[in-house]
Design a protein around this ligand. Structure first.
Ligand code: ATP
Ligand code: MG
Length: 569
């Protein structure tokens, strides 16, 4: 939403802008106003993950917002690891996060670690002590919680609140030197125990933790709390717009207090937006880590995980994720987005790019009794009916083929138009076949069909003699390439209203189905991350972890159809 004057001011900067990127949102409007008023010279945003797990689709929303916002105004975005809690953080997560941000298509303009600022944070905390704005408290964590008060009642002042500056400086120094065990003392900001905002009731800003930090090793045994560290990190880096999720709205007064009272020369501003929630999706690193630790999934990149690495392994593209993030937009009210919207964007992205081929997931052998033995013909098949530029390929057809078990019923209901005894169907790209005989094993299961074909009905020959209602897919048996197919359902399903089972109790036992079937011979040399549309089954990705030479594994990214419609489209 640019008014004329502002458009003029930013004319140069808006040139070459991807129009899809420029949909308006309230944070962008703030940026435009800040630039126009000269309050901000260069937009600096940051994406500040804690390296305590892998990134998920919710983080993608924040990544797209921060990077695209700065990009649009020729600003900068920092990737900053918010690594102030040594117990939960790990270098493995740092590397995974870097990989995922890059894969999503973003280059940071600086890589930072909050832990590199520990010295400065420590100095700023001492400044607060000297100003009489922080004190060492000997109360336990429980006592501090119990005396914090409630929304209707003020908190109770700590008996240690009025220690002298000298005593506080001495004790804080000794905390830093490792003289006290974990939990023995904390440093608290001295603000107002009666503040209507509980976050302003003398929040803890430093605690003692004797643990090895992934970056600073054993150098420190006191660590700043998030609420104190975060504004300092933003100020040190010159961040102009510090964008976080709505839960931090009540923290904003303390954020501003820290910047002001520690006398930081640069003043960043915090803005809050609604976090992404998706139906049937758990989105918290802590919970996702439990699934990994409990071995409920095959690691962080299990295709059922809503992690960036899981989505990538499943077959999602960065383009689809970015388009999804743009569509959901940035608002200030929390809502739950239908997971089908994400699926919509991967279908849109792949529909004109992928080879459309045939794969049989649950094979049933068909022998075409009137087709000459030993003969193979190569049939012309279009590669993508919606994108003629993709050309065509040749697929073999001979006496024995595989069809889908579901495409045959011995005793079909009415309106079943696929194969049943005496019925005729079209084989995609090939001929009409008619089911003449059903072969069963001793257990009475159908193991083979014997059919006849009509040479007059060849696909593309212009045959109009008669019509059939069903078209089914198939793969030539002699040339078929064996493959495993993995079909997914939500890992964790939303319960009905009022369902108070924990997320671990809502694990879907059918979240993964593995099938052994066949693909066309042309797919023999497919490599990890090759993507295909399999006729009638959906889009599939060659699994990068379990595919081995001669052993193809395909992950279903998404089925072909859904009733989902984008709102107002
Ligand atoms: P989690 O609870 O999953 O660990 P977090 O908010 O603690 O999430 P951080 O690593 O601290 O994770 O987050 C980095 C950034 O990503 C933060 O700015 C945070 O606001 C943002 N973020 C995290 N989850 C979401 C989400 N679901 N939607 C939008 N932004 C998110
Ligand atoms: Mg977190």
């Amino acid at each position: 939403m640019y008014d004329e004057g502002i458009t003029r001011v930013f004319k140069g900067r808006l040139v070459g802008l991807d129009s899809k990127m420029s949909s308006s949102n309230f944070i962008k409007n703030i940026v435009i106003e800040d630039l126009a008023a000269g309050r901000v010279k260069e937009v600096v945003t940051r994406f500040p993950p804690e390296p305590n797990g892998y990134l998920h689709i919710g983080h993608a929303k924040s990544i797209c917002l921060n990077f695209e916002l700065a990009d649009e105004f020729k600003g900068r975005t920092h990737l900053r690891f918010d690594d102030t809690n040594p117990v939960k953080e790990d270098a493995e997560y740092v590397e995974a996060i870097k990989r995922d941000v890059q894969w999503l298509g973003f280059d940071w303009d600086g890589l930072f670690f909050a832990s590199d600022y520990f010295k400065e944070m420590y100095e700023r905390a001492k400044l607060l002590i000297r100003k009489g704005l922080a004190y060492v408290d000997d109360q336990s964590a429980d006592q501090i919680r119990e005396t914090r008060g409630t929304l209707t009642q003020p908190g109770i002042e700590s008996p240690y609140r009025n220690r002298s500056v000298e005593e506080n400086l001495d004790l804080f120094e000794r905390m830093k030197n490792g003289e006290f065990p974990d939990g023995a003392k904390v440093l608290r900001a001295k603000i107002d125990m009666a503040s209507p905002n509980i976050n302003m009731r003398d929040p803890v800003i430093y605690r003692i933790v004797h643990a090895t930090h992934h970056n600073t090793g054993d150098k420190w045994c006191i660590y700043p709390m998030y609420a104190f560290a975060h504004p300092l990190e933003d100020a040190i880096e010159g961040v102009t717009h510090s964008i976080c999720t709505l839960e931090f709205e009540d923290q904003r007064p303390f954020y501003d207090w820290v910047i002001r009272e520690t006398e930081m020369p640069h003043v960043p501003r915090q803005y809050e937006f609604a976090r992404l929630n998706l139906t049937n999706t758990v989105m918290s690193k802590r919970k996702l880590k439990m699934l990994v630790d409990e071995k409920a999934v095959d690691g962080w990149d299990d295709p059922r995980m809503p992690t960036i690495s899981g989505l990538r392994r499943k077959g999602y593209t960065p383009e689809a994720i970015r388009a999804f993030c743009r569509e959901i937009g940035v608002a200030r009210s929390n809502s739950v987005v239908d997971e089908q919207m994400l699926e919509h964007f991967i279908r849109e992205d792949l529909k004109l790019k992928c080879l459309r081929t045939m794969a049989v997931l649950r094979p049933l052998k068909v022998v075409i009794t009137n087709y000459p033995e030993g003969q193979t013909e190569w049939l012309e098949a279009e590669n993508n009916t919606e994108n003629p530029e993709m050309g065509s390929r040749r697929i073999p057809f001979s006496r024995e083929i595989y069809i889908e078990q579901d495409d045959f019923m011995e005793n079909p209901p009415s309106k079943y138009f696929r194969l049943f005894p005496g019925n005729e169907v079209r084989l995609k790209h090939a001929y009409f076949i008619k089911c003449e005989e059903v072969v069963k094993n001793e257990a009475g299961e159908v193991v083979e069909l014997r059919c006849t074909y009509d040479p007059e009905t060849k696909s593309g020959s212009g045959f109009t003699g008669r019509k059939v209602k069903g078209t089914i897919h198939w793969v030539d048996a002699a040339h078929a390439v064996p493959a495993e197919f993995r079909l997914y359902e939500p890992l964790i399903t939303d319960g009905e209203e009022g369902d108070d089972r924990s997320f671990l109790e809502r694990l879907n036992p059918n979240s993964l189905t593995k099938l052994q079937g066949f693909v066309e011979p042309g797919l023999k040399d497919a490599v990890p991350h090759d993507k295909f549309q399999f006729f009638r089954h959906g889009y599939f990705n060659v699994d990068p972890k379990d595919t081995k030479p001669g052993q193809l594994v395909f992950n279903r990214i998404v089925s072909l159809k859904s009733s989902f419609q984008l709102p107002n489209k």
